[in-house]
Write a protein that binds this ligand. Structure first.
Ligand code: NAP
Length: 325
């Protein structure tokens, strides 16, 4: 028998947890399917679990560690009655009401849950370069998370690929451990914000390889070097390194919703008005529907929007039902 909930929230980053706080305070007793710890794409707490200091979340003048911030949001949601399951949905069916959600084996006829409304907050995951060698050496010197793996590179030489805030943030963090950090970027200038660029250029451990693409990672069991290609001349060069950190952006976690929720070509969910998706009663918030701002605070704000939209929609449904009874 499928278990019934008024609201199920998929995802537990700042968007999902803010939606949980608000729907819990509205007495909707939300269930949060928070993701799986083993996952690198949709782990409980979302991408902030893979970051260090969050300096721009209002209310923390001295900054706060990403995992600590997410832990506080989770406690706050729990305090108001939200419940959590450390799993991720394996299948959804939004064509019927109540909506059906499976956890575990997606081929079973009965779903695990049915829900009157769903808030999708599954976030986004790191983009990879797409090299066979990168895949083979992931966890053996190739990483997408300096916070998780930086410690292993004490007094080592590492390469960070990318030119945005993520790449600079990773590089700055790694400079606390590594002897040398080289940012490899495919253009001549960084995309990162000015404040991050200033920090990067001031850091004596950081250097830059402009107009260069990483086209291969060398090493049998661990990273020994990367092969760089000059994007202007096509010339190949080996650069010895003990680690490669890939920080080239993100893709939304929307595979589960293909064919059911309207998405852009890039996979981001289309929402509006407010957080409404194309399926009435299914709402979306955070990075899964935002490729422009992608900040913890904007994700949290949109989680609040989704919770209020959900609450009002459920009220409207009850009102309609009462009139027809
Ligand atoms: P991003 O801004 O999209 O930057 C991605 C970078 O990777 C770009 O420089 C891009 O090059 C490069 N790139 C993309 N695909 C590549 C490929 N296949 N090979 C080589 N290079 C590739 O992504 P992000 O840095 O993850 O930042 C995402 C958002 O989060 C931004 O809004 C950012 O401000 C925010 N963020 C903020 C902070 C902070 O405030 N502390 C920290 C992290 C992220 P091009 O420049 O040539 O396109």
């Amino acid at each position: 028998m499928a278990r019934h909930r008024k609201v199920i929230i998929l995802g537990s980053g700042p968007a999902g947890l803010t939606a949980a706080i608000y729907t819990a305070r509205a007495d909707l007793e939300p269930l949060v399917l928070e993701g799986e710890p083993s996952s690198t794409s949709d782990q409980p707490g979302g991408q902030l679990m893979l970051t260090t200091e969050v300096e721009n979340f209002p209310g923390f003048p001295e900054g706060i560690l990403g995992p600590e911030l997410m832990g506080s949001m989770r406690s706050q949601a729990t305090r108001f009655g939200a419940t959590f399951e450390t799993v991720k949905a394996s299948r959804v069916d939004f064509s019927v009401r109540p909506f059906r959600i499976w956890v575990g084996d997606p081929t079973t006829e009965d779903s695990t849950y049915v829900a009157d409304s769903v808030i999708v907050a599954t976030g986004a995951r790191s983009l990879m370069l797409g090299l066979d060698s990168e895949r083979r050496l992931l966890g053996h010197g190739v990483s997408t998370c300096a916070t998780c793996d930086g410690f292993f590179f004490r007094d080592r030489k590492v390469v960070v690929v990318g030119g945005g805030d993520s790449a600079v943030e990773e590089a700055l963090f790694l400079s606390k451990f590594a002897s040398e950090v080289i940012i490899v970027h495919r253009r001549k200038e960084l995309r990162a914000s000015k404040i991050m660029q200033d920090r990067a250029f001031r850091n004596s451990k950081l250097s830059f390889r402009w107009d260069a693409a990483v086209v291969d990672v060398l090493g049998e069991d661990k990273v020994e070097a990367v092969v760089l290609k000059d994007v202007n001349t096509g010339e190949l060069n080996e650069l010895a390194a003990d680690g490669l950190f890939v920080a080239i952006g993100h893709v939304p976690n929307t595979d589960l919703f293909k064919g059911q929720l309207t998405m852009e070509e890039s996979g981001y969910l289309v929402t509006g008005p407010g957080s409404q998706t194309n399926v009435e009663g299914v709402f979306a918030c955070g990075d899964v529907q935002d490729h422009v701002y992608r900040q913890a605070i904007t994700a949290a704000g949109s989680g609040c929007t989704a919770a209020i939209d959900t609450e009002r929609w459920l009220e409207g449904q009850e009102h309609r039902k009462a009139l027809s009874d």
